[in-house]
Ligand binder design. Sequence first.
Ligand code: 5GP
Length: 212
Amino acid sequence: MQQKTIARRGLMLVLSSPSGAGKTTISRRLLETDDNLVMSVSVTTRPPRPGEQNGIDYGFIDKLEFNLMINKGELLEHAKVFDHYYGTPAGPVLDHLDAGRDVLFDIDWQGTQQLAQTARDDLVSVFILPPSTAELERRLKRRAQDSDEVVARRMSKAADEISHWAEYDYIVLNSDIEECLENVYAILRAERLRRQRQTGLLDFVKALREGQ
Ligand code: 5GP
């Protein structure tokens, strides 16, 4: 029998958390296992860290280019995080959504608030909480990509980021990575089935009623 699928619009899956809560690992695992999920590559004025690649981890641009993108309306959202500017280029995201692909975002609470205002129907926001402050600090230090000073600043920012938990649709605790992933998958699976996203339903049900 021919496999029937119902056309649908893609969704925006936003994962936010204080740095060190495991968001990067979760994003990587989701992208590895789900063919219909693509990552939104942000632009930033922050310099690349060792190993980071332009166009893959971020588009690394200067402040002038960043402002130009804002002025031309090319960013879906943008924010200053720590000392640098970050933003989401609109074009690729909108193309993916129209094609029925889901887009994963690693953005902060400021960006999520902006998407909630401009794209509420497409947005599914998930906040990932670390199991404890001590564990968060341990994970940040183990990563060791940043200087002690940056780690200390990120720790103090973590409390600030966590204070925005109530603005998110879902809250997932990451004490066990596998369990956390399973919960994010459950959210993704259910949200994909939302009636308003299944744009092909009218035609599908019409055909059903006509006995096809
Ligand atoms: P990092 O510099 O460690 O890669 O990212 C720092 C913070 O910026 C993270 O919390 C990340 O979620 C956030 N971020 C990355 N890209 C964007 C973006 O395009 N928009 C917003 N609002 N935040 C972003």
